[in-house]
Design a protein. Sequence first.
Length: 106
Amino acid sequence: MKTSLEHLKPLMRCSLCDHKYEPNKALLLEDQDGQTTFHVTCSSCGVSTMVFVSTGQFGVISMGVLTDLKGAEVKNLYGNEAISSDQVLDIHTFFKSFAGSVKEFI
């Protein structure tokens, strides 16, 4: 993991407070075909970010997305199958006809 994030050290700063991230605390989620995805939490302000980095013939492109997910949650969810539009419609239909309380649902 260290070697794949080593070349990203200059880019690894919190987008909120500009504090340097600690590369050894980044959670590597994917590193293949010039695309790297990782989750990192700022040790200064506590904000978590999903970072997507792509390298190609024109250089490095990166994008950070702030998230409220913790590392363990991201590790569990990342790469899972996306929710389909049919699943969204099914749950909408269910709730439209659901007459119970929130306690019953949970």
